[in-house]
Write a protein of this length. Structure first.
Length: 189
């Protein structure tokens, strides 16, 4: 079986060295590029389900749910390819963003160009910030509610000790201090 591995014969698509004698291509990308000849535009739109709202990519997706499409020169994100088909190339330094917040959507009027900063701002505005999570009581791991935060701030301003408030609300003194000093729960007035 060892002689079945490692060959000097080139990949039939890109010319790189193949790993196995029994394979004609060096990778899945090269295999797909040769397996699906023809007009890539027709192939692309054939895999789109046009619903009244979003146009959904029905084929392969990545871990974040974005569609993937194989072109002869390699894979591309499906929404990015849809943008390129309708609007031309994406300028350097810009990303293709979704208005609808639906990763498999490839509908051109749901897409727009923006920088990484625009994408991060859009994510924060729409409450999809994974690093910081959902705000306040919308966060499933939150131990306090917006009303509890208001009570803590009012009672702490009146001189109630941290220890008493911590015991009352079932959290540590550091959390009470952060809430009272507005380091956390900033969105609550």
């Amino acid at each position: 079986m060892a002689d079945n591995y490692l060959t000097n014969k080139p990949c039939e698509h890109c010319g790189q060295r193949r790993r196995r004698k029994s394979r004609r291509f060096c990778s899945h990308v090269c295999y797909q590029a040769n397996r699906t000849p023809g007009d890539p535009v027709k192939r692309f739109w054939k895999h789109v389900n046009k619903t009244p709202d979003c146009w959904l990519w029905r084929r392969s997706t990545n871990a974040k749910g974005y569609g993937q499409f194989i072109l002869p020169d390699g894979p591309i994100l499906a929404h990015r390819y849809a943008w390129q088909l309708t609007n031309g190339p994406v300028p350097d330094g810009l990303s293709v963003l979704h208005r609808c917040d639906n990763p498999p959507c490839v509908r051109p009027d749901h897409l727009f160009l923006g920088t990484l900063a625009d994408n991060n701002h859009d994510m924060m505005e729409k409450g999809r910030d994974r690093k910081r999570g959902l705000k306040g009581s919308n966060n499933t791991s939150a131990k306090l509610t917006d009303d509890a935060v208001r009570i803590i701030r009012a009672e702490r301003a009146a001189g109630q000790p941290l220890k008493v408030l911590a015991q009352r609300f079932g959290v540590c003194e550091a959390i009470i201090s952060s809430v009272a000093l507005r380091r956390t729960w900033k969105h609550v007035e």
